[in-house]
Design a protein around this ligand. Sequence first.
Ligand SMILES: Cc1cc2nc3c(=O)[nH]c(=O)nc-3n(C[C@H](O)[C@H](O)[C@H](O)COP(=O)(O)OP(=O)(O)OC[C@H]3O[C@@H](n4cnc5c(N)ncnc54)[C@H](O)[C@@H]3O)c2cc1C
Length: 535
Amino acid sequence: MLSCTGSLIWGGLLALAGLTAASPVATGPLPIAIRHTPSFPSSLEHRDYNTSSLSPVVPLPQTIQQDLATLLSPSALVLLPSSPSFTQYTHRWSLNTHTNSPSYGVIVIPASERDVSLTIQYANAHSIPFLATTGTHGTWQGLSQLQGGMAIWTRNLTKMEFAADGHSATLGGGLRGNDVIPALWARGKQTTTGSCRCVSLLGPALGGGHGWLQGQYGLGADQILSARVVLANGTAVKTSNTENSDLFWALRGAGHNFGVVTEVEYKLYDAVRPEWTYQSFTFTQDRLEEVYRVHNTVMRNQSPYVVYWSLWRLVPEVDPVNPILVSTVYYNGPVSEAAAYFAPFAALSPLQTTPVQTTDYPGLAAAAQFRVTDWACQPKAGATVYGMDVDSYDVKGLRKSYNAFRDMMRAEPALSLSMAYLEGYSLQAVQAVPYESTAFALRDRKLLYGFLVTYEETERNKTLDAQAQKWGEKIRDAAYGDKVKQKSVYVNYAKGSESLQAMYGYEGWRQERLKMLKRKYDPKGKFSFYAPIKA
Ligand SMILES: Cc1cc2nc3c(=O)[nH]c(=O)nc-3n(C[C@H](O)[C@H](O)[C@H](O)COP(=O)(O)OP(=O)(O)OC[C@H]3O[C@@H](n4cnc5c(N)ncnc54)[C@H](O)[C@@H]3O)c2cc1C
């Protein structure tokens, strides 16, 4: 098991952040102490590592804090780098401003949709670039293009209102999986959210949104019945299949491009199958070909109730040089039924097999070590996801990819915490949604790979970034194998070197439609720091 050292730090910060947001400081203007350094070098090479020490590269109005405090509701907060709680809101999952982390000259914490509208109008009037920030897990490299701009920190948009018929809820744009999952469960409900508790509800869903329940209910995006969005010009609109339906189409797959979503009407389901059963199987690297052939076989008739995950990681106690392979089968049903899904992996005589365990939907986060306090959710000095979507495991390609993954750790031990996540969710309900009906274009891809290249050292971050980049691309390229003609990548696992076609689909009509909608709703490219569509 990987170390969870420091796991309490992030949770503690969030608790503190909540306290601060409610403090009386919010109600009045604060002294201005913003530093203007327009000559700050714009080259990536010269950026400071520590986000809190960056001077703003965007010249902000001297009166920004008073201006916004006057405009916004009393519960909103406007923080400058000199504000005591500023750095609590700059923390991100990947902290590296050289690669994929923005820095801010001002952080606005809206308390309402109106606050979001007024903030965007103010930013536009003063040419201040802005970025909505919720779960802080985005790792697109363009995020680091925002230096010294404005964060619109949405996490206080926490509305949760349940429809009387129990089939939907209105959920605020600032909620995370960690907020939504337990609240629904307490009502006997569940829905598709990200598998990791720390990501937001909407960061994933606006790009598609993969999770444990997608085989039964569809993607996160498929749960959105309507959405309220503040557009690039600050106007708030409702979108659904009947209102602004063109925008509604785009939001579900390319949504980071079109506005700040303040709330969604989201589908809910009765938790009629409360029990999950799971078992993990550990293999040494020499079994790779056998293991992924079995994965390919079981995926051919994958039940909507089963998820096949596999990961690679270095566990020095087992093998100090070669990362191990761990395949876990999660079945939404009782032990008596699950055994059949475990059997093909057990038959391979793994190095280690965990006992069969059971949990419920909220408990899956602990089972997979995806709780907010687990290593996977903790901030990292540098972290980039090299993602890709494929139909099946190309075993030859995977071997080359694995060898590169292992060689990376030999060549640069500081990258030894890196992991490969090979995610095999089921697709029945995903494919039941008409392919043309949303901007999400990868409904036929059975496997989602995320090669997480990460390090904890901060002193050598520039050197390590270069190494991480080199190895990450090599590991990913190899995994595609020789047969894939059109590379695809889930937009939320993309990093910035992928084509628009790879993320949003190869069909000309998709690309044209997205460009047309970008011209219509965001002609000046205000929402361009994350997987941007070029109008
Ligand atoms: C540890 C980890 C686990 C992950 N697990 C999953 C998973 O289980 N399923 C999955 O599908 N993906 C997963 N992802 C990928 C995830 O979907 C993306 O990282 C996503 O961008 C995270 O959104 P966020 O709000 O957490 O991050 P942020 O960095 O806050 O936001 C990412 C982007 O979304 C935009 N955004 C956020 N909130 C809003 C809003 N309310 N309105 C408009 N735009 C908004 C931001 O402006 C930014 O462009 C995971 C990533 C990591 C690092």
